[in-house]
Every structure is written in structure tokens, then in C-alpha cells.
Design a protein around this ligand. Structure first.
Ligand code: ADP
Ligand code: MG
Length: 392
């Protein structure tokens, strides 16, 4: 598969990071019961680090001699890999460090990337321990694929790197409010969704984005087939004047940005360029930018994503005014990925390359890959194939 795909060496050494706090608190136990026997069978060497606190993994990979390892693997939810990716990007040698193959084994309550990789391998969806077995098998096979990342810049000057999603509104609230139900495992998100539906609220702010529509042949053919498949669905095929030549510098396709110089889109304190779309509504129920098919084990949010480097951010937003019944129907359909067939004037999907969110108040929370971020002005931008992931 092209030169971008590769295979881990036969005799390999893994750095395995386990978060004993992830999910129902069983990640370490699951590692010994399910993962260890398969690694032993496959003759794969590893060093196990059980984290003792948040951000330990992030600090560890920041200073680690990476040449000792063929891959860095996390056993937790998506949050521990988020720590690893951001730790790698904080290194002075981030350009080579971020190319270290990464692996994920599901041991958390939010196992979106593990679900997504299971999807990329062509397997049927599986949950909990079957997902862990499938993911461990993928790790043993050791095929490495490129993966897009999205850089998130905040008005306070933070630069974060995201492999899964950025959320504001309903979804970030559910993510954070359901923390207290983490002993339920992935079901905490379903419960959290129902609770939030009962106390539905709206979030005020401005949303702008750079549409992907005419960025490349691949993107336009994707968009038109989406439209013909789901013609009643509210796809924003923006006829905006995005011109790939004149804006060639704006989105980084070459993955040569550094953390400091990563923002090729206009800085947050300047207005978005004319060829961006500014959404005219300023009242939202949710805004979600996602770049993997699964948002959680039971949330097949972006079924159009078929590989970890599809070079797109998939933007979903729900405008205020949607009824509780319609929103419930929408979320019920998300479980199987059938929500794209529903038509609702309040629900919009659009493939993009960059976005900006300017909330009118700083109340509430946003999430990056399920991790909390204080609510404020943010900008996100796609970086094609910046990282590498062990996938099918
Ligand atoms: P889950 O899917 O269950 O939320 P995550 O992998 O997302 O699992 O981890 C949840 C949170 O735990 C993340 O914010 C992560 O940074 C943090 N974390 C990592 N190691 C530890 C630890 N040893 N103790 C407490 N929190 C930790
Ligand atoms: Mg999490």
C-alpha cells in the first residue's frame, strides 16, 4: 500500500502505557488477561508503565529515548493517547518524534479510536473485550498507516493536537458530565445523552469554517456522491471561492509545521478570510468536528470516514430550535450510523479543512478528544498525515 504504509519489525519492542484509572478501572487487569498472552504468542517484547497520575504519560514521552521502541502503545480510552501525542509534539525533535508508530488498546470508557481502527480493518463492529482482542490482533500484525491530526489553537495561546474530535455544546457537556458515571463504561455516554436531552440548552457563538468542497478532486467527488446518496440530507456543498492554488499555504498538507509556526490559517485575533463560510445562525445545540468514524463505541458519527488519513475534518452542527424528539431520533440513528439518511433543517454536515468557534460567553466547556478545555475562542486546522498509527 503506497510508500506511506509500513510494517513494524518482526522482533519488536513496545513501550506500553496503561492507565489503571481508565474506564471501569480494569485496564491493567485486562492487559494481563487479554493482551499479554497474545503478545507472548507473537514473541513481541514490551516494557509496561502503569501511570500514577494524569499527564505522567505526556511527560514521559516528552523525554523518552524513542529509539528504544518500535511503537508506543496505550491501554486506556482515547485520553491517554491524547497525552502521548501532545507529549510528542512538545519535544524539540517533534518532527521525527511524531512519526513514531502509535498503537491503542481499548481499556477506557471512550474507545473511539480503537472502534475506528476496527472499522478500518474491515471487521464488523465489536465491543468491550472482543474489541480489545481485535485491537491486540491488529497490534500483533503491526501494519502502520499515516494518520491526520488537527491542531487546536486557543485565544489564550495554547496549541493542542487532536486525532479524534473537537466538541462544543451538547457533546462536550455529555462527555464531562458523564465522568461521574465512568464505572458504567461506554454506557455512560448513552445515559449522559438522555440526561442532557431532558435539560436541553443552547450555546451562543459564531461558527466559521474553510470548506473542503473544491480543495481537491478527491474531495469534490466525495462530496457529490454524498449528496446523491443522501439528497434530502442537509449537506453544505459550499460554492465558496476556495481556490486551492491561491490558498495553497493556508492548510498544511506537507506536515512540516512546527508547534509554534503551526497556525498557517489567519490568527484568531484577525477576521476569517472572505473565502471562509460564516454560519449565519449563532445559536447552537452542538458543534462537532470529527476526523475518525467513531466518537464512542456506540456513536458511529462519521461513517463516511474510511481511513485515518482521509484529509478532512467532518463538521456536524445542530442549530437551536430542534425538538427534543428530533434530537433523540438523531442520536438513536447515530448508533448505527444511519443519521445521515435523516433530513432535518436543523442538522448540518459539511466536510472542511479548518474551523473557528467564537462563543459569546466563557461559561461551559469544550472538549478535545474527550478531554476538557475551557470554553473560549478556538481555531482548528487539519494536518494531513502528521502522525502514524498501527491500523489494519
Ligand atoms: P476513559 O475513556 O475511561 O475516559 P481515558 O484514556 O480517556 O479513559 O483517560 C481518562 C483520563 O485519565 C484522561 O484525562 C487521562 O489523561 C487521565 N489519566 C491518565 N493516567 C491517569 C492516572 N494514572 N490516574 C488518573 N488519571 C489518569
Ligand atoms: Mg476519555
Amino acid at each position: 500500500k503506497e510508500g506511506l504504509y509500513s510494517c513494524l519489525p518482526q522482533a519488536r519492542q513496545l513501550l506500553v502505557l496503561v492507565n489503571p484509572f481508565g474506564g471501569k478501572g480494569q485496564a491493567q487487569h485486562l492487559f494481563y488477561s487479554h493482551v499479554l498472552p497474545m503478545l507472548t504468542e507473537a514473541d513481541i517484547g514490551f516494557n509496561l508503565v502503569v501511570t500514577e497520575r494524569q499527564n505522567q504519560a505526556r511527560e514521559l514521552v516528552k523525554d523518552e529515548d524513542l529509539s528504544r521502541w518500535d511503537a508506543v502503545v496505550t491501554v486506556s480510552g482515547d485520553g491517554l493517547l491524547y497525552e502521548v501525542i501532545n507529549g510528542l509534539m512538545e519535544r524539540s525533535d517533534w518532527q521525527s518524534a511524531i512519526k513514531k508508530p502509535l498503537g491503542i488498546l481499548p481499556g477506557g470508557s471512550g474507545n473511539a479510536l480503537a472502534m475506528s481502527i476496527n472499522h478500518y480493518t474491515g471487521n464488523d463492529p465489536v465491543n468491550s473485550q472482543d474489541l480489545l482482542t481485535s485491537s491486540t490482533f491488529t497490534l500483533c500484525k503491526g501494519l502502520v498507516a499515516p494518520m491526520d491530526l488537527v491542531s487546536i489553537t486557543t485565544a489564550s495561546g495554547k496549541h493542542l493536537f487532536s486525532f479524534l474530535s473537537f466538541a462544543w455544546g451538547f457533546i462536550s457537556d455529555v462527555d464531562i458530565e458523564s465522568e461521574k458515571h465512568r464505572t458504567m463504561g461506554p454506557a455512560r455516554f448513552t445515559l449522559g445523552t438522555l440526561i442532557r436531552l431532558c435539560s436541553l440548552r443552547t450555546y451562543k457563538g459564531r461558527l466559521s469554517y474553510l470548506p473542503a468542497a473544491e480543495a481537491s478532486g478527491e474531495v469534490s467527488s466525495f462530496t457529490s456522491s454524498q449528496i446523491s446518496q443522501n439528497c434530502q440530507y442537509n449537506v453544505c456543498n459550499s460554492n465558496n471561492s476556495y481556490n486551492p492554488q491561491s490558498n495553497a499555504n493556508e492548510v498544511d498538507h506537507t506536515s512540516t509545521a512546527s508547534v509554534a509556526e503551526v497556525s498557517r490559517v489567519v490568527p484568531l485575533d484577525q477576521p476569517v478570510p472572505n473565502h471562509w463560510t460564516i454560519v449565519k445562525e449563532e445559536d447552537f445545540v452542538l458543534v462537532l468536528a470529527i476526523y475518525q468514524p467513531y466518537l464512542g463505541e456506540d456513536f458511529f458519527m462519521a461513517p463516511m470516514v474510511s481511513k485515518p488519513d482521509d484529509n478532512l475534518i467532518h463538521l456536524f452542527y445542530v442549530k437551536a430550535g430542534i425538538s427534543r424528539a428530533s434530537l433523540l431520533k438523531y442520536f438513536l440513528a447515530v448508533e448505527k450510523g444511519n443519521h445521515l439518511q435523516q433530513s432535518s433543517p436543523h442538522v448540518v454536515y459539511v466536510p472542511i479543512k479548518a474551523f473557528r468557534i467564537e462563543p459569546f460567553t466563557s461559561k461551559g466547556v469544550m472538549t478535545v478528544d474527550g478531554e476538557a478545555l475551557e470554553c473560549g475562542q478556538v481555531q482548528g486546522q487539519l494536518h494531513s498525515r502528521l502522525a502514524r498509527i498501527i491500523s489494519g
